[in-house]
Design a binder for this molecule. Structure first.
Ligand code: HPA
Length: 267
């Protein structure tokens, strides 16, 4: 049996067999979303098969299953990153597991640095498209023709439209832009930031892109949003650090929680 199917059995045993409609991945400092779940069952990643436990502070190490806005929802409270082990497909089993339990929609969140003066720390930027600046791809080695994934409108236009309208309703400023994936774990140099901005990116971060690629490969609808924690290196006087990222992520977290709660309800 595949790891994903084995995990699906564990999840059904522990959290009930009703299909899960939506899966959510939480970025640094965004774990508050998990508190919105009712009838919540917590399954530690180390209780699941081939689930990367991830070693980044500020990230959770458990899968939560419960109900959010009336929808059966699974929340990955933390993700593993490329920079931890050098594997672009490190999130493949977790996402295959989400698909195996029924999730047709994947909502991704992260913390990111802004490249734009009008996208400020503390604000949210919904991802409209991405630049896989690393060139690493989680589907390298995938033998089937399904690997040739069309990445036009990878971030679902309908969900983006819905999110903009919900944000408007909630008086939340929701910017939209292109996210560039930089491997990390170092932050970028100011020269790299100038280059990536020149390439057309509006924000930069160390995650999300490989997960969006995997989810499209698995046939899931994808929506993603960055909580902007800082200006990119060299664009302001502040010193960028992981501690600062975690503290600043909390600023956007409340807004993101409100947005996600409504978005899941309207799926
Ligand atoms: N660069 C990369 N990743 C990040 C940043 C950044 O400036 N801020 C939060 N995550």
């Amino acid at each position: 049996m595949s790891a994903a199917n084995a995990n699906a059995e564990i999840i059904r045993d522990r959290a009930g067999s009703e299909p899960i409609e939506v899966a959510l991945v939480l970025g640094s400092g965004l774990s508050g979303v998990g508190d919105l779940l009712s009838d919540r069952e917590e399954i530690r990643y180390d209780e699941l098969v081939d689930f990367p436990t991830g070693g980044v502070s500020g990230h959770g190490k458990a899968l939560l299953v419960g109900t959010l806005s009336g929808k059966r929802t699974a929340i990955l409270t933390g993700r593993a990153h490329y920079y931890e082990e050098g594997r672009a497909d490190v999130m493949r089993v977790p996402l295959e597991t989400m698909r195996a339990v029924g999730a047709k929609t994947l909502l991704l969140t992260n913390s990111a640095g802004s490249l734009e003066n009008d996208i400020a720390p503390g604000e949210l930027m919904m991802i409209s498209d991405h630049i896989n600046y690393n060139g690493f791809n989680p589907l390298i080695g995938e033998p089937t023709d399904d690997r040739f994934v069309n990445m036009v409108d990878a971030y679902d236009p309908q969900l983006r439209k819905q999110a903009l309208s919900i944000a408007d309703d909630l008086w939340i400023t929701l910017k939209e832009g292109v996210y560039a994936w930089y491997s990390g774990p170092t932050f970028e140099t100011p020269a790299e930031i100038r280059m990536i901005k020149g390439f057309g990116a509006n924000a930069v971060g160390m995650s999300t892109v490989p997960e969006a690629i995997l989810a499209r490969f698995l046939g899931m609808r994808v929506w993603a949003c960055s909580s902007i924690t800082n200006m990119g290196a060299g664009l302001s006087d502040e010193t960028i650090s992981h501690q600062h990222t975690k503290e600043m992520a909390l600023k956007g977290a409340k807004k993101l929680e409100q947005l996600l709660e409504r978005l899941v309800g309207e799926l």
